[in-house]
Ligand binder design. Structure first.
Ligand SMILES: N[C@@H](CCC(=O)N[C@@H](CS)C(=O)NCC(=O)O)C(=O)O
Length: 333
């Protein structure tokens, strides 16, 4: 796989599976926090030189990427479109890594590749070149490239509109759910898709569907994941990013095909409910999602043919409004 090593681009630098054939996701590298943002339940606000000034920060994302999607959804739901600018990279990723294009240019530097943004921040950078990236236009550096942190800091550092996706009374539970769904679900689909052995694949698929069965039950009588299920939170943002991609890419391309999400009554209703929450639909680009996965992973899909199905409709009625709670008033008024 490709990455930067001491600031030089290498296409053979790391193997994404370990000796047991299990997919190994490496850690994100830029881990600064915006001033005043909160990292986890019970923690005091961070103090840093990165002041949360409107217009100072930019998100580089790919619409295909579920991790970048968490950051884009948080920005959109919290009404931060005027505070934080956003731009896309091309959905297809080849040997040169994430690329800008005429359609999706780098708004600040006119760079060809996202890796140039990384070497701008650190000329000797060693690591993967991933999205999302939270870029500081003033200091011309990367603040953070870890989505679980970016979503928390966008929610807690900026005022935005009048609700929080990470409310103080639910933070502990949100942290637990975000952690609990990471390994079997969010990263679980990748563990299945990139497994190098039958055992590693089957372990990942077992974990994934056990976890989906569990949340299917939880969602039978609550609208959202955290607390009493009445409030939309970052736990839902994290879950939705995987569920919305599931039937189009993970089911077929990553062989997560024991069941599709639209075959689970509650998970499917929940996915449609979130999709129809004001602000979310515009963050979903199924064309970019399918093109990215089917085209970029030549080892999994050598013909790079993009699967056309399934025929499902995220805008059809979901009936979840019979459950207590609902989208924050700030989004529906
Ligand atoms: N832990 C990171 C993971 C980000 C990540 O792996 N993004 C993928 C796209 S879905 C990427 O940019 N991959 C490029 C690579 O691994 O070289 C996060 O949550 O932000």
């Amino acid at each position: 796989m490709n990455m930067l090593v001491d600031g030089e681009w290498r296409t053979d630098a790391y193997d994404s599976t370990n000796e047991e054939g299990e997919f190994d996701r490496s850690e994100s590298s830029f881990r600064d926090w915006l001033d005043g943002s909160v990292a986890a339940a019970g923690e005091a606000p961070n103090s840093s030189e990165f002041e949360p000034e409107s217009g100072r920060y930019h998100l580089y994302i790919c619409r295909a990427c579920p991790w970048a999607h968490r950051a884009a959804m948080t920005r959109q739901l919290r009404g931060l479109e005027d505070d934080i600018s956003i731009s896309l990279v091309q959905p297809e990723r080849y040997d040169e890594g994430w690329e800008f294009s005429e359609e999706h240019p780098d708004p600040f530097h006119d760079y060809e590749y996202l890796r140039e943004v990384y070497t701008d921040a650190d000329p000797d950078y060693t690591g993967r070149v991933t999205v999302p990236v939270l870029w500081d236009k003033q200091e011309e550096t990367i603040v953070n490239n870890e989505s679980s942190e970016i979503m928390r800091m966008l929610d807690t550092a900026f005022d935005g509109n009048e609700f929080s996706l990470y409310p103080e009374d639910l933070r502990g539970e949100i942290d637990e759910i975000v952690d609990a769904i990471y390994d079997p679900i969010n990263n679980g689909v990748y563990r299945a898709g990139f497994a190098g052995t039958q055992d590693a694949y089957e372990d990942a698929v077992d974990d994934l569907f056990d976890a989906l069965d569990h949340w299917e039950e939880v969602l039978a009588d609550q609208r959202y994941l955290a607390g009493d299920g009445e409030r939309l939170t970052l736990a839902d943002v994290a879950m939705f990013a995987t569920l919305v991609r599931f039937d189009h890419v993970y089911h077929t391309h990553f062989k997560c095909n024991r069941r599709a999400i639209h075959e689970y009554p509650n998970l499917w209703g929940y996915t449609k409910d979130l999709y129809q929450t004001p602000g979310i639909e515009e963050t979903v680009n199924m064309d970019h999602i399918t093109r990215h996965y089917y085209v970029s992973h030549g080892d999994l899909n050598p013909t790079r043919i993009v699967a056309v199905g399934p025929d499902i409709d995220f805008t059809e009625p979901h009936s979840r409004d019979e459950l207590p709670g609902g989208p924050p008033a700030a989004l529906t008024e």
